[in-house]
Design a protein around this ligand. Structure first.
Ligand code: PLP
Length: 360
């Protein structure tokens, strides 16, 4: 079975060495030495001042919303993973969708202002498949209207914008280190901010609000991560350049051979900067064609994924809002498998099946 992605695994002995040390220390969680080491190394690798390692990328979004004390309406994208929307609802705010740009698949900054009301408190946008949003435009609108900005950067590890890590933008950026992501810690995530006050707030939120063993600063939750997870991150970080290079190669191989066949590819804003090529999405002319290709691949035990389908404005717990562009793209977009150990032979097989099926 060829899945859309396969988690990267470091050599077992390297992980084992870290775990051996955990055994001798008998310190498993609660801000342990490996968590600290991972945070430090990630800050160094990404060139960032602050980040907090968390238990997953969904709680990262929830903590970001809490830390900024957001209320009322949050402008957001209908084209993302469900956690972007569900986190807003979970935090008792109302998601107000703004349609996407049909070439970048990111929230359309030109449509933001029309959606602002006196109840709007923030913009929560996703850098879709790692592709940076129109950050400058979004920032200008947020400043003009006094709104906070959160970026769901779950796909963006290693991406740069204006020669800086894309994680450094917005009041807070969040990411996921889930096993299916380019860089992972099995389960895991992080929040990023450049504001020490917001950072401090998030430190309390991550750990039950503890400010000392018997003192509680604020309401909090348990969003800590463990030494075992940090160990996986430390191992994987040693291979990140290899992982990024391989992805780039695979992405371009797909694109070179699938170009000119009537498929639409994502316009990548970040390509003049540093991009991570974490996914290979392609948009078909219609849904019937997509289903035909998906079927043909599945017959050969290859599993592509419909990222992202359905469009989030159609979720049953959301007040209905029509988002024609997002709905149209959601129905026609498919991500082909990309993972570190995928061979050229397997990739060529996938390409052949796609091209052959497109002809009928
Ligand atoms: C993966 C993902 C999340 C959730 O991250 P988890 O670590 O799985 O909780 C949120 N947003 C987007 C866009 C994602 O792809």
């Amino acid at each position: 079975m060829i899945q859309v992605t396969k988690p990267f695994l470091p050599p077992f002995e390297e992980y084992q060495q870290y775990i051996q040390d955990v055994w001798s220390r008998n310190w498993l969680t609660n801000n342990g030495p490996l968590v600290n080491e991972l945070e430090l190394k990630l800050k160094r690798y990404l060139g960032l001042k602050h980040l907090l390692f968390l238990s997953n990328g969904t709680i990262a979004i929830q903590i970001a919303i809490k830390a900024l004390d957001l209320k009322g309406e949050i402008l957001t994208t209908p084209f993302s993973y469900v956690a972007t929307t569900s986190s807003i609802v979970w935090e008792q705010c109302k998601p107000v969708f703004v349609d996407i740009d049909k070439t970048t698949f990111n929230i359309d900054a030109e449509k933001l202002e029309a959606a602002i009301t006196p109840n709007t408190s923030a913009i929560l946008a996703t850098h879709v498949f790692g592709n940076p949003c129109a950050i400058d435009k979004i920032e200008a609108i947020a400043t003009k209207h006094g709104l906070k900005v959160i970026y769901d950067a779950a796909h963006s590890f290693g991406v740069e914008f204006n020669n800086e890590s894309v994680f450094s933008f917005g009041d807070i950026s969040t990411t996921s280190f889930h096993a299916t992501k380019l860089f992972h810690t099995i389960e895991g995530g992080a929040v990023f901010t450049t504001d020490p006050k917001i950072l401090k707030q998030m430190v309390f939120l991550r750990n039950f609000g503890h400010n000392g063993p018997e003192n509680f600063e604020s309401v909090g939750i348990n969003a800590k991560n463990s030494e075992m997870h940090a160990a996986m991150g430390l191992c994987n970080l040693n291979y990140i350049e290899q992982i990024l290079n391989k992805r780039k190669e695979q992405y371009h191989h797909y694109k070179d051979l699938l170009q000119g066949k009537g498929l639409q590819f994502q316009k990548i804003e970040g390509e003049t900067n540093k991009y991570n090529y974490a996914y290979f999405p392609m948009v078909f002319e219609n849904e019937a064609q997509l289903l035909k290709i998906k079927n043909a691949l599945e017959m050969q035990r290859i599993s592509p994924r419909r990222y992202f389908y359905p469009s989030l404005n159609t979720l049953n717990y959301i007040e209905q809002q029509e988002m024609p562009i997002s709905e149209r793209i959601s129905k026609r977009i498919l991500c082909l498998p990309v993972y570190h150990t995928m061979s050229k032979e397997v990739q060529d097989l996938i390409i052949r099946i796609v091209i052959r099926t497109l002809k009928y």
